[in-house]
Design a protein around this ligand. Sequence first.
Ligand code: FIX
Ligand code: ZN
Length: 412
Amino acid sequence: MNSNEILTAVERELAATPFIDIHTHLFMPSLGALGLWGIDQLLTYHYLEAELFRSSSIRPEQYWEFSTRQKANLIWRTLFVENTPVSEATRGVIAVLKAFGLPTSGPDLTEARRFFEAQEPRAHIRRVLELAGVSEVVMTNDPLDPAEGPLWEKGAERDGQFHPVLRLDRILNKWASHWQVLGAQGYAVDEDAGGKSIAEMRRFLARWFELMKPVYMACSLPDTFQFPEDSVRGRLLAAAVIPSCREFGIPMSLMIGVRYLVNPALRLAGDAVGVADLRALEHICVRFPENRFFVSVLSRENQHELCVYARKFSNLMPFGCWWFLNNPSIVEEMTWERLEMLGTSFIPQHSDARVLEQVIYKWRNTRRTLAPILANKYALLSDDGRPVTREDIKRDVTRLFRGNFQEFAGHR
Ligand code: FIX
Ligand code: ZN
């Protein structure tokens, strides 16, 4: 195959392979209103809210008084009518409207609203995942979320396309404001996570493992994250969470590098990024060789180190171009480096979709960005003396977007 034929073969294989989206904030149908979808949710995505406040004189406190529809109208007018939607997040909304044959310009959203209101949620979910070329999505499930926990306790109906994850941010990052919630649920824990707290935490995790059957446990961590650390988080991670993951045979996902709420007025849009000291990761991989760790780091500056650590620790699986990194210029840079240093032993991307239809543009962009990069690698390989076959391409694309997750999660 010449380089054009290779590119075509790669594009075809990327299009034909149903991806597993290993980290989203989407919810299975039985979790009902937790799942966000439709034009008003697409427009009030926190990425767009951050961009709104740069192009509008409205103050956050005024904005939060608005209804979702008023917020969506303001964001549409400001970022899509009064300005050209060239940013990654605004272009995404345009791509979704186009995917459903809806108008992509014009003053109002009447037609789009009518279209989404007419959709039957379950059928719409199937159709959107199909349009996105995604066969399965991994959720983010918070057992201490008062809106979500009780739904699992009542036995939420499972869905083959949605895999749960036990998300532990409230426990590991906000223990001070949540240990009493655990206490009220009958767990004998205390403020310092002393006494019986570790054993009780393991009892809590075992119960939720039974209830939810998560494919992994997960937590986002600040840029200041250290391990080992003489702190509640350090103790809970080392003595409860990581040992429980090993006991249940599931990985732990560490998403490192958030500077939480640097501007609280922006709420979800108020988080930022910081360069983390990844020696914490080194210490965790050394101390827990029997555990497996999915790892995503938020800072661009940490990416090379992460690749080097992945070469040292086979129990570390780098995944995704997370959050502020999910922009083609940076996805390209990260993917080149990862292919050069890790071959196909990493997971290139996840969508982090918070609104259902976002998977359409986030995966379309990923396929579009990765095709020339993979094709270039194959052209260089052919040039070096080993012609690439369509079978090679199929195997590699399947490994990158399905096999690595299934293997590492022990989830075939
Ligand atoms: O911690 C996370 O899972 C982050 O992805 C989110 O908190 C973040 O708000 C987000 O939506 C990133 O895309
Ligand atoms: Zn996320």
